[in-house]
Write a protein that binds this ligand. Structure first.
Ligand code: GLA
Ligand code: ZN
Length: 669
């Protein structure tokens, strides 16, 4: 457990490095990440390389015992390269090349760019693999940042055609699968296929231009695969020279609402994953449960502790600023990360840069570089972590509940929303939130992975599933697992076509129900009652007919009053629940309590508003985190006696927390 800072030696006079290093050491900053945007410094002209500046920086900071995460700089191809090889540029959905001027302007499928990247990465890996200061690698930066996963250029179109050929073998097979008899879209060869750019239809067709949903989903998958392939190439290049762990910094689901990259797949390429955690900035404020959900996703991609590679450390924004972190918040956010599985928390950035697009973006230090309030708070955290690491290795929450996260379903639902206001990720958050409120950690899983370590598995809007995934869920239920499917689960095949089996299609046998009629609600609401108390549905109502299932929830309004909205079906030793509608927050909370208890989980834990409780362990030692997001003090009652692992005081009956304060408790023996 430790802290770090994102540092740019190239932004500062060398005379300043000493002050920076000394201040870092004093604050217990153990690691810096460097070099992710430095291409034009390494290669100012084609084939002319300069490494001295980096050699010097590494030697310098290394001498202070500061460890380094060394980056590959492919996020920012330099101007000379773009001018000489314009085919490198990514094309937007209208087919226009993106322009030089910010970053991530390259196409993942450009042969030229792949070659150039490989060449420079090889030189960097070779030169620095054995440098004693380096402890890990980061490839690129924020893959998929700002809509850059999906490119619409010629190289992508060509590669996509080969990708399709590989997948479908013959064009007849593709035609059949895509249903190209609809609207006269039959293709005679793979060469006839175009990537689904904008322009097929405007106005009524909305964001996907009304194109074939199977084609769109394939294109989304292809783009995700392209990022993974590009990344793998960089990872493999480093691996040729270095045994050190390799990662990249992923993005949150909240603000960036999906990068279009299947993070489960991408994470396989890495030894550990990291992400960038901005909470209150120009673009809004994330709620604590949303941030916690993002941490949960991160620890879930590899089921391992992760890092925060960029943790907000000051007021942030590009053109305008968000609020300055209230005293205590940097510390609170850091411990929220640690509680949820982060092993190292790196603050972005050490010091605000006086020039460039991010001249307003504050780091720990202001532009003036003087020790300030935030530096003092970070130093406090650094000292505490030093102390805590004597007792703990990386902590992971003890999750007994899992939510299935399917990128296929997310993309399919982004192509056809099903009803206004319905978003895959928000629906998953609706299922995550009530458990979060009650201090029950939740992991995210794929349908195919081992589910047996969880007592309860939730599958909101799992629109499509592989045969393997379906079997896996069934085996889990047979053996005694509890599973829940929501409306719109199981309705599609893996090609993004609607199934002709009665809803919920693939899962009809497991759920033991049939849905012949459903009501997308738009502006109206429907009342319900059941094991979740009384609730209101706002988006969707399936009129559920039990076949082998038992009814445990009903509608009480509209023409389907008296019909089922929720059921339970016995499968082997387990139970499969079907919830045919969305529910309001209060009903979701009661539903979580009901399901949790059925799964044998103690659901009466901690219920103080604005307080996150995380039950974590490092495998040997337990830690109960209590995090107060309120701007007022709270008192949380405790059933046992604990030692506060920061203050070493004994905690009996209650723990009192000041605004934004944190307690890390260990049960007293
Ligand atoms: C991202 C990037 C950083 C920086 C910060 C602030 O997360 O990775 O390079 O741009 O945001 O905008
Ligand atoms: Zn492209």
């Amino acid at each position: 457990m430790r802290i770090g800072a994102d540092y740019y030696p190239e932004h500062w006079e060398k005379e300043r490095w000493k002050t920076d290093a000394e201040m870092m050491v004093k604050a217990n900053i153990k690691v810096i990440r460097i070099g992710e945007f430095a291409w034009s410094l390494y290669e100012p002209e084609e084939g002319k390389y300069e490494f001295d500046w980096m050699d010097e920086a590494l030697d310098f900071f290394g001498k202070y015992g500061i460890k380094v995460v060394m980056c590959t700089p492919s996020a920012t191809p330099p101007k000379w390269m773009i001018d000489k090889y314009p085919d490198i540029l990514q094309n937007d959905i209208h087919g226009n090349p993106k322009l030089f001027g910010t970053r991530k302007h390259y196409c993942f499928n450009s042969e030229t760019y792949r070659e150039k990247t490989k060449k420079l990465n090889t030189l960097i890996a070779k030169r620095y693999a054995k440098h004693p200061a380096i402890e890990a690698w980061q490839v690129d930066n924020e893959l998929g940042w700002s809509n850059t996963t999906r490119c619409y250029c010629k190289s992508c179109e060509n590669r996509f055609r080969s990708w399709l050929k590989e997948k479908y073998g013959t064009i007849d097979n593709l035609n059949k699968t895509y249903g190209t008899t609809f609207w006269s879209q039959t293709y005679r060869s793979f060469e006839e296929l175009n990537i689904p750019k904008a322009g097929a239809c405007y106005d009524t067709c909305h964001d996907t231009q009304g194109q074939n949903p199977a084609l769109l989903l394939d294109y989304y998958r292809f783009c995700s695969d392209s990022v993974v392939e590009f990344t793998k190439e960089s990872v493999d290049t480093i691996k040729e020279y270095s045994d050190l762990p390799i990662t990249s910094n992923l993005l949150d689901a909240a603000i960036n609402s999906g990068t279009g990259i299947d993070y489960f797949k991408l994470s396989k390429e890495f030894d550990f994953v990291t992400w960038d955690n901005y909470i209150e900035f120009q673009w809004g404020k994330a709620k604590p449960e949303t941030v916690s959900r993002d941490h949960a996703l991160l620890r879930s991609y590899k089921k391992k502790p992760f890092w925060v590679m960029e943790q907000q450390s000051g007021p942030c924004g590009w053109s305008k600023l968000g609020p300055t972190p209230t005293p205590g918040k940097l510390r609170l956010w850091t411990y929220q990360s640690v509680a949820n599985g982060a092993d190292t928390v790196v603050y972005f950035r050490w010091r605000a840069c006086p020039f460039g697009t991010e001249e307003l973006w504050h780091g720990i230090l202001n532009h003036d570089g003087k020790p300030n309030r935030r530096y003092a708070e970070v130093s406090r955290v650094g000292a505490e972590m030093e102390e805590l690491s004597k007792n703990y290795r990386a902590l992971m929450p003890r999750a007994r509940v899992a939510i299935i996260k399917s990128f296929d379903s997310e993309w399919s639902q982004s192509i056809h929303r099903q009803v206004e206001g319905l978003y895959y990720d928000s629906l998953l958050l609706d299922y995550y939130r009530p458990f979060w409120n009650m201090g029950i950690p939740v992991d995210f899983v794929t349908a195919e992975e081992d589910l047996n370590r969880y007592d309860l598995v939730l599958a909101p809007m799992l629109m499509m599933v592989s045969d393997e995934g379906k079997k896996n869920i069934e085996t889990y239920a047979q053996a005694g697992g509890k599973v829940l499917f929501s409306f719109r689960s199981g309705i599609k095949d893996m090609y993004n076509n609607m199934l002709t089996e009665t809803v919920p299609g693939v899962f009809a046998d497991l759920a033991g129900v049939e849905v012949e009629d459903y009501d997308p609600l738009l502006e109206k609401t429907t009342a319900t009652t059941g094991v979740f108390g009384n609730g209101m549905a706002h988006m969707w109502c399936d009129i559920v007919k039990p076949v082998t299932a038992k009814v445990i929830g009903k509608y009480t309004s509209d023409f389907y009053a008296g019909e089922a909205c929720m059921t339970v079906n016995q499968i082997g030793k387990g139970e499969v629940y079907y919830l045919g509608c969305d529910l309001d927050e209060k009903a979701m909370k009661m539903l979580a309590v009901y399901l949790g208890r059925k799964a044998g989980i103690d659901m009466d834990l901690y219920k103080v508003d604005g307080v996150e409780v995380v039950d974590a362990t490092d495998g040997t030692n337990d830690a109960l985190f209590i995090l107060n997001y309120n701007d007022h003090s709270v008192i949380v009652s405790m059933e046992r006696s604990y030692e506060n692992m920061i203050t070493h005081e004994t905690v009996e009956n209650v723990v009192e927390l000041k605004p934004y304060d944190v307690a890390i408790l260990k049960e007293a023996n």
